[in-house]
Each structure stands twice: as structure tokens, then as C-alpha cells.
Design a binder for this molecule. Sequence first.
Ligand code: FAD
Length: 423
Amino acid sequence: MKKGIVWFRNNLRVPDNEALTRALRECDDVLCVYILDTRTWNASVEAPRMGSVRAKFILESLHDLQGEIEELGGSIEFVSGRAVDEIPSLMESFGADRCYAQKEDAWEETEEERLLSNRINLILTGGKGIWEEADLPFALNDLPAVFSSFRRKVEKKMQIRSVFQSPKSIVCSWNSTTELPILTSLSFEDYPKDERAVLDFRGGAREAKKWMNQWIWERDCLKEYKETRNGLVGADYSSKLSPWLSIGCISAVEVYWEIKKYEEERVANESTYWLFFELLWREFFRFVARRYGAGIFKRHGIKDAIERATLGDPKTFKRWKEGRTPNAFVNANMIELATTGWMSNRGRQNVASYLVHDLGQDWLSGARHFEQHLIDYDPCSNYGNWMYLGGVGNDPRPNRAFNLEKQAEYYDPDETFRKLWLA
Ligand SMILES: Cc1cc2nc3c(=O)[nH]c(=O)nc-3n(C[C@H](O)[C@H](O)[C@H](O)COP(=O)(O)OP(=O)(O)OC[C@H]3O[C@@H](n4cnc5c(N)ncnc54)[C@H](O)[C@@H]3O)c2cc1C
């Protein structure tokens, strides 16, 4: 009898899950596990990497995942520690000789894969994005330096796989010995919901599908996405799928096929294309992360330069974090982030540009602040975008400073957004 483990990472879903599909095909007895990595799941340090909003969202997603797995007859363990230590010991107890997991893109995650594969038979699968490295029409080392060239090379030539069907059942002889922790037992503080939030985000693959269905079909927002996507207030201006995409409650491939279905059944226009275009940015930053490894977390980014000393001073940085700068548009965005874990794409670009170019502060500190607070934090997209705005990434124009006054006037002409958060 072949026994295998499925290690759930940023693929917290049962549908379209290649690691799970493969394990069920190749093994007779399959146990699932999620590792609460103590480097991230640590609320008691001075600057935790993850705040309460994201922690809560992930715990909700794990609860949903556990429900789906158990309904199919399976079992999932929740273990605190490091995968490199915990997975080998769980495999030994269960009697498994292999572990299946989704391949990740960022440095720390790929390092964990490397260390773990020195100890056990680790079978890595795709699933994080639309394409895998092997699908690219060029070697990773030849990744185009700028997005437009990447897009031109990939989008026409490359095919997009179909989704993996959900399994009908999971055979598992193991009874789970652990329970899913709750927010406060992990030392995170519970926080009140704010009625001004763009959406009441709830974690889980089923919630992701529910929202995608509402936004695309019921609210019919996709058909005008290109015009609304720079909005600041409310649920409809953009898809709001990023929190679910970042931890894999839904896959980018599932979103892609939903766009195609909408194009066939309702309308195909510039807006429907544009949602795919944005998913290509996500792909681009995934491959940038793979290509440059730890480089994207360094102050000099992926530019060939010597690490510069930290610029700026702590007081100015603190005022930015707390939304107490001289700029009301920045403050409104920063307060939205601190209160809800969300900020629009327009907001993110402006506050990042302001921090770096107007306040002369360190982009890396800004990126780390986002890492802690964003509900949709993703290492590749976050550090990729921050490097871009900090002038140490892929932007062909090194000093990409926004004119904040103009931006606020154009995107928040009657100050609805500023009034909402600064009232
Ligand atoms: C400084 C900065 C930091 C960011 N940090 C993150 C992050 O940690 N996690 C994250 O998911 N996105 C990040 N983004 C990208 C972008 O702001 C968000 O993906 C987007 O606002 C999420 O809202 P949405 O799902 O409604 O996006 P939509 O406009 O509906 O776009 C659909 C999807 O495309 C992808 N996407 C859109 N824009 C980008 C982009 N510029 N880069 C990469 N992917 C994109 C996302 O997966 C998004 O869910 C950051 C952008 C900036 C400027």
C-alpha cells in the first residue's frame, strides 16, 4: 500500500489542486497537512510579519479546507513549526514515503523545498500561477527585464491548461490528532469589522467562488472593469480576488477560465481582456521572484548596485504608517490599510511613491509594513511592485514619482474617499 502526504501551502483549495490530484492518483492512503510556519505565525515579536487581519483570513480558509477534506473522507493535521522538521516526522508516524506539495516562487519557500527534499521524497507540482517555469518560451535567466516584453512573449504563444477536477473522495486511514487553532490562541488580537471596508472578506475556497460569481456574473462588473479598476471606494471597482488568490483559495487558472466563459456567454471586450492582463502582472512578478531569489528582498533590489544605507528617519516613517503625513490622500489610504488590511491598487501606488520620492524614505521598510498589514500579501507581487516604485526593480524609468496632488484630484475629485477615511 502506497501512503503519501499532501502538504498544503498557498493552495488552500480542493478544486484545481494538482498536488492533491496527483497524490490521490498515485497513492492508496493520503493524509493532508498544513504547517503554521513559526517565522510567519508569530504575533509576539516587535514587528510581526503577519498581522491579525491576514491571520484571521487564513484561519477561515483553513477551516473551509478542513471541511471540504473531511466531507470527502480525508483528514488534515495543523502543525506549528518548520516544514523541514515537521513533515519528515509526520511521514514517519503515518508511514508515508512521499510528500506532494505545490511549488512556490519566493526565496524562503523555495529554500524550504530545497532543505526538505534533502530529507524526504518531495514531489513538487504546479498550481501557483497560470504557467510554470518549464512552460516559458525562454530560459528563466533570459526573463525579459520589463513587463511589456514579457507579456508579448508569453501571451500569444502559450497555452493555458484546463482545471484539475475536484476529487470525489479521499481515502485516509489516519485520524487527525491536532485541531485548527483560533486567532487568539495564536496571540493575535481579534479586531472589529469596519463598515467602511470595501468588502467583508471571508477566507475559503467556497467563499472565493461565491464572490467571483457575484462580481463577474450577478453584479456584472467585469464588462466595465477597465474603466472602473482605478477606483477607491466600494466592492465593485476591481475584482477583489487578490486575498483568495494570494493563498490559493482560488487559482489564477480558474479565474482565467471564468473570464473565458463570461466572454463566450455574455461579452468579450477590453475590460474582459484587462483582467487577464492584470493576472499577467502577477505571473511576471512570480518569475521575477524565481529568477532573482533573495534579491527582491534586498535594498538594492534586482539592480546591480551596492546596498545603500537606510534612508530617512523613524519619525517620518511612523507618521506615514499611521496616516499622519501632510498629504490627506496618503493618510486616507494608510488608515484604510491599518483598519481593514485592504488598499486599492491606485492607493498602493500613490502611498509607495509618496514614501520613497516625497518623503525620501526606504522602500524596503514600506514593503515590510505592507507585508504585515495587507490581507492579500504575496511576496512576489508585494516586493515586485515595491521594487518597481522604489526604482530598484523592473521599471525602465528609474524615478517613477507620482504627482500626488494630480492623482488625488483625478481619482478622488469630490474627496469621497478622503472624507470616508478621515472623517
Ligand atoms: C506597492 C504595491 C504592493 C502590492 N502588494 C501586493 C500584494 O502583496 N499582493 C497582491 O496580490 N497584490 C499586490 N499589489 C498589486 C495590486 O495592487 C493588487 O493585486 C490589487 O490591487 C488587488 O486588487 P484586486 O484583486 O481587486 O485586483 P484586480 O484589479 O481585480 O486584478 C486582478 C488580479 O490581478 C493581479 N494583479 C493586479 N494588479 C497587479 C499588480 N500590479 N501586480 C501583481 N498582480 C496584480 C492580482 O492577483 C489581482 O487580484 C501591490 C501593488 C503595489 C503598487
